[in-house]
Design a protein around this ligand. Sequence first.
Ligand SMILES: C[S@@+](CC[C@H](N)C(=O)[O-])C[C@H]1O[C@@H](n2cnc3c(N)ncnc32)[C@H](O)[C@@H]1O
Length: 276
Amino acid sequence: MPISPRDFDFVRNLVHQRSAIVLEAGKETLVESRLSLLARREGIDSVDELFRRLHADPAAGKLHVQVVEAMTTNETLFFRDIYPFDMLRNIILPDLFKKREVEKRLTIWSAGCSGGQEPYSLAIMLKEQFPQYMNWNIRLLACDLSTEMIARAREGRFSQFEVNRGLPASLLVKYFHQKGIDWQVREDIRRMVEFSEMNLAAPWPALPYADIVFMRNVLIYFNVETKRGILAQARKTLRPDGYLFLGTAETTFNIDENFDRFQNEKAWCYRPKKTP
Ligand SMILES: C[S@@+](CC[C@H](N)C(=O)[O-])C[C@H]1O[C@@H](n2cnc3c(N)ncnc32)[C@H](O)[C@@H]1O
């Protein structure tokens, strides 16, 4: 039985308040199926019982957090879309390594990193393609709203199915070791990434200035007002000559006009507009 309009509104408001994710009308079946999974996982008899518990404790406990996390979409893969990684390897990183030659410092941020495939792809690419810079102060930050995703990402353990998605076999055998039926990222790669929980839609904590921000396939879940607020904060975090990557279905156009699009062949990203 589909969830009632009252329960749907309850989830919709909770999720919007906590994550800014917009659950459009028509997503009732999605909500129902994700909550069924959550109920089963938590040993709760039914979705009705889950709602009874949520309504009984409107002030929010662990279950409320779990409901919000259950509504996030964590789809990701290694070297997703590949072209942005080619652009980084061939154009952007060589440029930045030259520009930062004196300070020998580089900060890259994966915002909305899900299970860690994106920041680990960046770490592996740096190690593989730019070994001569490994003595620099290179910081790879990665954040996500979901506590569960951050815990999984920190562990760096992936199923066979997950490593089959986007990761060349040569990099799998070089940078992962087998753990039971799964694969775990090598310790030195794991240590390159600093994971933290963070809500992009809330005021951001003080962050180090970033040379590159990957914020891909996150903005699509927000309304325009939230996207504008997040892009404004991203601009403040980016160095003036930095680079912002969004997902292929995302853009700054008509949302924040203080970015210029920077395109090369099949990849593009955004750069803060130069102030006159
Ligand atoms: C579809 S995944 C994208 C993962 C990766 N960036 C990629 O492109 O493959 C979106 C991620 O954004 C996270 N997310 C959603 N709302 C968020 C918020 N308000 N703050 C931080 N992360 C959020 C979700 O938990 C999810 O892991």
